[in-house]
Design a protein around this ligand. Structure first.
Ligand SMILES: C[S@@+](CC[C@H](N)C(=O)[O-])C[C@H]1O[C@@H](n2cnc3c(N)ncnc32)[C@H](O)[C@@H]1O
Length: 238
């Protein structure tokens, strides 16, 4: 695994951002729910396992997914030997490149991965998770919002799109123009998420929303922090 930066962030091997070193409140809720969930728990874009390893230690059966198999090999190597029998690695691209029988998963975490999706892919993701979950299963979603310091130049575009009723107001078409410092470690397009978008997509897919809100990221680098709404999270039940 690459050496963590001073704030604990660890670079991905495929330039898809960083893995955090700690659990945000929504990932923690996934870790808490996972051992009693009505089926194995899927961690989408697990990277080196910040959530998967905690869920495993907590007693859950974990399916760790990532588009980059190298991340998953590192994750497995980091797992205690005695916990590995409850760990399944599933490389592949969510939501279209992996599949599960309907009604078989207990929980799904999608933490800081939907930034890489366009709107229709986010809708397909919600619909597939709805199908894969068992009744009573839950989905946990976390994403960065347009309320981050590095998106200040994009903010007027976001506000104008919200006013105009744009369904996907948070799509940043040219990341390099807004965040030249970090563009090298990010794809050229990013989809920043907000409460209204997550609410529309997940209630539209048939979920009952249990918790939805923005939250602060005091652990993020100072230039990304803004006003305490840097991330958005959702917990929803089938
Ligand atoms: C920004 S990191 C987030 C890692 C971790 N979930 C966290 O919250 O710190 C994004 C991770 O998602 C993976 N990823 C990106 N697109 C994906 C996709 N379509 N399916 C599965 N994994 C994906 C990347 O390889 C990377 O490991």
């Amino acid at each position: 695994m690459p050496k963590p930066e001073p704030n604990g962030f660890v670079r991905t091997l495929n330039n898809m951002g960083y893995m955090t070193s700690g659990l945000d409140p929504y990932s923690q809720a996934f870790v808490d729910f996972a051992p009693g969930a009505p089926g194995p728990c899927l961690d989408v874009g697990a990277a080196y396992g910040v959530a998967s390893l905690n869920a495993l230690s907590n007693g859950a059966k974990v399916i760790a997914n990532d588009i980059d198999e190298r991340h998953l090999e590192i994750l497995r190597a980091r797992a205690l030997e005695r916990l590995r029998e409850r760990l399944t690695l599933m490389p592949g691209s969510f939501p279209d490149g992996i599949t599960f029988a309907p009604g078989t998963l207990g929980a799904v975490l999608v933490c800081r991965v939907m930034h890489f999706f366009d709107g229709p892919t986010i809708e397909r993701a919600a619909a597939k998770v709805m199908s894969w979950l068992a009744p009573g299963g839950k989905v946990f979603v976390v994403g960065e919002t347009p309320f981050i310091g590095t998106a200040k130049a994009f903010f007027p575009t976001y506000e104008a799109r919200v006013k105009a009723g744009d369904l996907w107001p948070g799509i940043v078409e040219n990341v390099a123009a807004h965040d030249p410092g970090r563009a090298g470690n990010l794809p050229s397009r990013m989809h920043l998420l907000d409460e209204a978008t997550l609410k529309r997509v997940f209630s539209g897919a048939g979920f009952t929303i249990e918790k939805l809100g923005t939250f602060a990221r005091p652990e993020f680098p100072p230039d990304i922090q803004l006003d305490g709404r840097e991330s958005v999270g959702l917990i929803a039940r089938k």
